[in-house]
Design a protein around this ligand. Structure first.
Ligand SMILES: [Zn+2]
Length: 747
């Protein structure tokens, strides 16, 4: 479900020095292999690559996106059965695992402006010529946000920009009363579920979310069907479940949603919204925006519709009525295993969801078909006599769009076994054209760099690693360019949420990666009926060459992880990354202290008041409490210890492979390192999230918060909790260092 709108900024000069670092496709070493093992592995990967066929991706995409295949639909089940039959035919031990989850669908959707004009929203995406599946109106899910509560409310509208906490601060400063009002928010800026959450916290009674053409429409490019971008009737469906609290079935937190699972009463499910929410198109939103009264909004709040944007507050008045069928529906995860020959109890897990909001050619089928082609070729290698050392598990998830339902329920149902066996989880989702993006556990950063150095980019023929590096170099600032010149590896992103890696990484502490290409494909079909085979083959990756390249990056990753003598974990990049996080949270408090002092001073000496236009409303903020000096010493000590342990491991393992007799024991310790980054008590106020280094932000949704316990306590100005969390994270890092020390001793 994740989609980031990458905008490529072109800088005019490019130094030729950036190409100096040569393609290391021919490098003889591979992490975790002896040199002769590495040669065999490269031969195996070459064989794997030669079997990849873009025609299969095209054919399967056509088949899987032929009809709407959301949870509960006939075609969702048919797709699961089709995918299972493929895995079976390739020699995988395949099962469909069913779970039963709460899945609301709309019964009533009504939004009408009652004053100053009468207007009723259409709430319909019409078919467009040249797009066959857009005509399947009877099978399409209506436009809505899943897990909104029912509601029937009437009230004046307030425009809240992106609906983030900082937007509500601006509203407060401008003296806008929010109690009993309906929020009109534009998509973007933060994950959609944050908007109704923050609106409800401010006493608002409903939330309408629309796609403004500035962020998602004609301001970005020609609209569909002429171009790729969202047209005036396009609507972004999506989940508004409070996923930063816990994802998965709202009724079965922490346990698999099997038939007999104990279920919460729906009224006690914490992750449903507090107020009704509905997404709309910009043609439906425009009459409301045109009738907003009050002051003109700040420049950064203005969209690209041909009107002046106001805050509103007393006009217009809107009546919104929503009612849902609160059904329990089956979901179908397809799980396909290829048993390891030497270490069957160490699992390399690979997943991509198969369900969509409508036809979902891009999201998720573009990633699904690349994964299937990867699995087919691994199956072929197995049929020709090769066997992986470790067990490989391919997973096609259902119910991702509503809140990572399929992956979360599977992880919760198999938590004990996964805690013992899962070595690494590799996720993909929508795939586009352009630049390689990798997020994940930084213990796998070096591994991710090594794999991507060995795969060629189809457009430029340089390695995908080099092309990513070129992009970072061209778009980076002076400091980033300096680091690129000095640092051997590219940094991978930390993972927040937005796809199926979340339960693996953040609930159980399984080292994970999320991989995809993007930046050149036009986005505008996201979660609409226009996310079709036609759209994808015109504007996505028309020849599926990036689909094949994704299969290479992920296929090589799976094959190396499955075959290596010892798992290719590495800790110096992790320690270096933690160092940057520690620096960030330290700086965050210093910056907050300076800003607080300056704000309080400008209130006290009257300068803030002096710069306001007296004809406009301005509510003077109350002075903020002082920001104390936090004691970061435990964190610095733990970091120092971590860096020493990482260096010791590097010295111990440099240029050698652990003796055969102790490799399994070493693997067990390495697998356990990520587990040691979790704490069973979980994060404050959200115990499902146990990882102490990476979490989706409580007020950002998909956006990551690193060292979340510490960082969010500081952001919320909860100083006691911040001090306590510094101790928790420091202890976590020390435990992690203990594990590395154990691993180093094995050599
Ligand atoms: Zn998706």
């Amino acid at each position: 479900m994740k989609r980031t709108f990458l905008r490529v900024v072109v800088v005019l000069f490019v130094s030729s020095a950036m190409f100096a670092q040569s393609l290391s496709l021919g490098d003889s070493r591979i992490m975790g292999f002896t040199s002769s093992g590495a040669a065999d592995q490269r031969a195996l990967e070459a064989k794997f690559d030669s079997g990849l066929n873009a025609g299969n991706l095209r054919e399967w995409m056509k088949r899987l996106s032929l009809r709407p295949h959301h949870v509960g639909s006939k075609y969702d089940k048919e797709n699961a059965e089709f995918i299972a039959s493929l895995y079976k035919s390739w020699g995988f031990d395949t099962q469909i695992e069913r779970f039963d989850v709460l899945f609301p669908t709309p019964k009533t959707r009504l939004v009408e402006m009652t004053a100053p004009e009468k207007f009723t929203m259409k709430l319909v995406e019409p078919p467009v010529t040249g797009d066959e599946s857009s005509k399947q109106q009877k099978e399409q899910l209506p436009t809505y946000n899943a897990y909104s509560v029912d509601g029937d409310v009437t009230g004046p509208v307030v425009y809240v920009n992106y609906g983030r906490p900082e937007d509500f601060e601006t509203l407060e400063r401008n003296g806008i009363d929010l109690k009993g009002k309906i929020a009109l928010s534009r998509y973007g800026g933060a994950w959609r579920g944050i908007k109704p959450k923050v609106a409800a916290e401010h006493g608002m009674i409903a939330c309408i979310i629309y796609s403004d053409p500035r962020d998602d429409g004609y301001f970005q490019g020609d609209v569909y069907p002429k171009g790729a971008y969202r047209n005036e009737n396009g609507v972004q469906r999506g989940s508004v479940m409070d996923m930063p609290l816990y994802p998965g079935d709202p009724l079965t937190k922490n346990v698999g949603a099997t038939k007999d699972a104990k279920r919460l009463d729906r009224r006690n499910a914490e992750t449903l919204t507090k107020i009704p929410v509905l997404p709309v198109s910009y043609s439906d939103a425009q009459p409301l925006l045109r009738n907003l009264d009050g002051a003109v909004v700040p420049p950064a709040w203005r969209g690209a519709l041909p009107l002046t944007y106001h805050f509103g507050g007393s006009s217009p008045t809107v009546h919104l009525k929503l009612a849902f069928n609160w059904d329990i529906k089956p979901i179908y995860d397809v799980i396909a295993k290829l048993k390891g020959s030497e270490r069957p109890d160490e699992w390399i897990i690979r997943g991509n969801h198969h369900d969509a909001w409508v036809n979902g050619a891009d999201d998720p089928i573009s990633g699904q078909v690349a994964m299937l082609e990867e699995a087919r070729n691994i199956g072929m290698l197995a049929k020709s006599g090769w066997k992986p050392k470790r067990t490989i598990v391919y997973c096609s998830w259902d119910g991702e769009e509503e809140g990572l339902l399929g992956s979360t329920e599977w992880v919760e149902a198999h938590a004990d076994e996964l805690t013992r066996k899962a070595a690494v989880y590799i996720n993909t989702d929508s795939n586009g054209r352009g630049f390689l993006g990798i997020g994940g556990s930084h213990t796998l950063e070096k591994f991710a760099n090594e794999v991507s150095r060995g795969v060629a980019d189809p457009e430029t023929k340089m390695s995908v690693w080099q092309r990513s590096r070129a992009q970072q170099f061209v778009n980076g600032n002076a400091e980033e360019r300096k680091e690129l010149a000095e640092r051997q590896d590219l940094r991978i992103d930390a993972l927040g949420s937005g796809s199926d890696f979340t339960p693996f990484l953040q609930h159980l502490g399984i080292a994970s990666m999320n991989i995809g290409f993007g930046g050149e494909d036009g986005g505008g079909s996201y979660h609409s009926i226009y996310d079709s085979f036609e759209h994808y083959t015109r504007f996505g990756d028309p020849n599926f060459q990036y689909g094949v390249t994704l299969a290479m990056v992920c296929g090589h990753s799976v094959l190396r992880l499955a075959n290596a003598d010892t798992l290719p974990f590495e800790f110096s990049n992790f320690a270096d990354t933690i160092g940057t996080y520690v620096k960030e949270v330290t700086k965050l408090t210093d910056t907050m202290r300076e800003e607080t002092n300056e704000l309080n001073k400008s209130i006290a000496d009257g300068s803030l008041k002096a710069v306001q236009d007296p004809t406009k409303t301005f509510v003077m903020p109350t002075p903020k409490g002082d920001v104390p000096k936090l004691d970061f010493e435990p964190l610095h000590r733990a970091l120092k210890r971590l860096k020493e342990s990482a260096a010791d491991y590097q010295t111990a393992s440099a240029g050698r492979i652990a003796p055969a007799g102790v490799q399994k024991q070493l693997d067990e310790i390495l697998i356990n390192t990520e587990r040691s980054l979790t704490d069973n008590a979980g994060l404050p106020r959200r115990d499902w999230f146990r990882h102490q280094i990476y979490a989706p932000g409580f007020y950002t949704g998909y956006g990551v918060k690193t060292l979340p316990g510490v960082r969010e306590a500081i952001e919320q100005r909860n100083w006691n909790e911040a001090s306590e969390q510094i101790r928790v994270v420091s202890r976590t890092l020390e435990n992690f260092a203990d594990e590395i020390d154990r691993a180093a001793k094995i050599y």
